[in-house]
Design a binder for this molecule. Sequence first.
Ligand SMILES: Cc1ncc(COP(=O)(O)O)c(C=O)c1O
Length: 420
Amino acid sequence: MSFIHEEDLSVADTEVFAIIQNEFERQSTHLEMIASENFTSPAVMEAMGSIFTNKYAEGYPNKRYYGGCQFADQVEQLAKDRLCKIFGCDYANVQPHSGSQANGAVYAALLQAGDKILGMDLRHGGHLTHGAKPSFSGKNYHSFTYGVEADGRMDYEKIAQIAEIVKPKIIVCGASAYTREIDFKKFRTIAERVGAILFADIAHIAGLVAAGEHMNPFPYADVVTSTTHKTLRGPRGGVIMTNNEEIAKKIDSAIFPGIQGGPLVHVIAAKAVAFGEVLHPSWKEYAKAVKSNAKLLGEIMNQRGFQLISGGTDNHMILISLMDKEFSGEEASVALENAGITVNKNSIPSDPRPASSTSGIRIGSAALTTLGMKEKEFTLIAHRISDVLDDIQNIPLQMEIKAELETLLKGFRVYNYATY
Ligand SMILES: Cc1ncc(COP(=O)(O)O)c(C=O)c1O
């Protein structure tokens, strides 16, 4: 008799099933506007829940340390090929378990402990892994930062001056909360001026880059990382890409055996499915809509009197400054959650509040665009967000808006079941 229990999860583990049901309910009844989230397709989830979860495949296609890897090889090679096709590069590593792992591998491959890195300040929109002190990137390496100006935009000449002084081994470009197009060509010029390696982290904008809706870091960057779960709409995970064979070899060794053991083959299979979706002609339409929806959201909130960092957006997110308000980003996100809208509090440049409360909120359009929401819905949502923030203590209003938005969401269901 087999020790496998073949019942569905609903029977096999009622506790976990109930929690997943509740999460399904939450995702189906709240407007998902966290800029780093999205809804993957059922096909992506099916691959992620597949029997590849059982497989150990340390190593790389055709160079494994375990037997029985022929199908793991096929699926990993497919994911790599599709990724290279999307971004127009020669080498890809699809094994990083997350964006942070991908960034850690880039440093491990190209730096020695204590080497200088120059990245965007966390409080100006950079990511923890771009040299922030609490992260390995700020602990293991000598990190320096650049930021944005009073207008919320990067000043490339100023960044060049900082780079001249610092003389970093690596310059990191890319951000978690920057609303304007990143000019990779200008970063290349800066890197060349100071003899630095150019590393682009496109975790947030990858889905837009894939559609030609944002400048591609290739051919300018020496190495590029991304997450696969934000605008790219795949499973949670990371990837690394390059056109340089030497760098590719070092990256492969840095991931395995450097910082990871066996790859998550089920997630790699799901990455391959997601990349297949990105290669579909409809992706361009999706990415265009993500951008136009974010732009509209920003324009209406601007008209309603809210200050936008950089004045607007070129990508999938807006950053609202609450410096002229009496409440924090934390209070704003709680009030919006009460009204059925999920966003995140976000530090803004020169924020006087700590990261636990902040003076800003970040709002993204990628997930709701996946559901099929367009101009009409984003117009309504922009007004409802503004209504909540204009009268933040008004709990009955929040309840009223929550009911209205739940009705709206009934017309935009992406999933019929909690599990696949
Ligand atoms: C620019 C950037 N890089 C890296 C990461 C890290 O990704 P993960 O959360 O998968 O480690 C993020 C996540 O928010 C990000 O915004």
